[in-house]
Design a protein around this ligand. Structure first.
Ligand SMILES: [Zn+2]
Length: 258
């Protein structure tokens, strides 16, 4: 019996279902993919010029204390053409909110972060009868792939376009931590809502295992203006027996059963 090419293929797929399931096979990784040390490269002068231009608005806004850093670029795609080191955010009252340690960011990202702390988080803290004294920075510019997985897409941290926050310290001595949502629920809800309005990516506890201890915000640009807002806060506890509490619980239950 002669077998046609098609039947040989069918037989092969039948005999090797594992292989059939695995198609398409991953492309072989380039040899440099596993190289752990990136090499510095010259920054493109036009990119540098454009980045410096974007810093003008940051300087004009006068909402932060920051110093300019030398441009940085590596052959793995990490680039910060006009980075700055932001040590504090200036409040309208003249008081400063310290960033600890200082955050290394591109100017447009630094500006949005400063405005967020100044115009959104500060009023939330005032409602608690206090003010923010310090932001604990878990990470800012870091030349690494997403979630530090080698070969993964370059993280926005690699372009100085992202900030990780682990906690906020208030002037009354209290600390609001991202992990376990340790803080007043109304403050955390407002922080989440304002972060998702200002940033195109918000990842916190509940997003994935890499974001249980901190809040990641960045200004990644995506096609169609797609935004990611993933930070799960605990359900607020309502007084039992009230009509509003009952209605809300009923609504949530239906939603979960979909
Ligand atoms: Zn991050």
């Amino acid at each position: 019996m002669r077998l046609s090419a098609a039947s040989i293929t069918a037989l092969f797929l039948f005999m090797a279902p594992g292989l059939a399931d695995d198609v398409p096979l991953p492309r072989p990784r380039p040899p440099e993919a596993d190289r752990k040390v990136a090499l510095p490269v010259e920054i493109d002068p036009l990119e540098r010029e454009a980045a410096l231009k974007l810093c003008e608005e940051f300087v004009r806004a006068d909402v932060a204390v920051a110093t300019a850093l030398e441009p940085m670029a590596w052959d793995n795609g990490c680039t910060a053409a006009a980075p700055l080191s932001m040590t504090a955010i200036k409040l309208a009252s003249g008081k400063l909110v310290e960033l600890k340690p200082a955050a290394v960011l591109r100017c447009p990202t630094a500006l949005v972060i400063a405005r967020w702390v100044r115009d959104d988080l500060t009023p939330l803290a005032e409602r608690l009868g206090s003010r923010i004294e310090r932001v604990d920075v878990a990470s800012s510019f870091a030349c690494r792939p997403r979630n530090s997985v080698l070969g993964a897409v370059m993280s926005e941290h690699g372009n100085a376009n992202a900030l990780d926050i682990s906690a906020l310290h208030l002037a009354d001595g209290s600390r609001i931590a991202i992990q376990n949502a340790a803080g007043p629920p109304e403050f955390l809800a407002g922080m989440r809502q304002s972060a998702c309005a200002r940033f195109t990516t918000v990842l916190g506890p509940g997003a994935d295992k890499d974001h249980e201890t901190h809040l990641h915000v960045d200004l990644a640009e995506r096609r169609n203006g797609y935004r990611i807002c993933q930070w799960v806060l605990p359900e607020p506890v309502k007084a039992p027996g009230t009509a509003a509490a009952g209605a809300e619980t009923a609504g949530k239950t239906i939603e979960k059963e979909k």
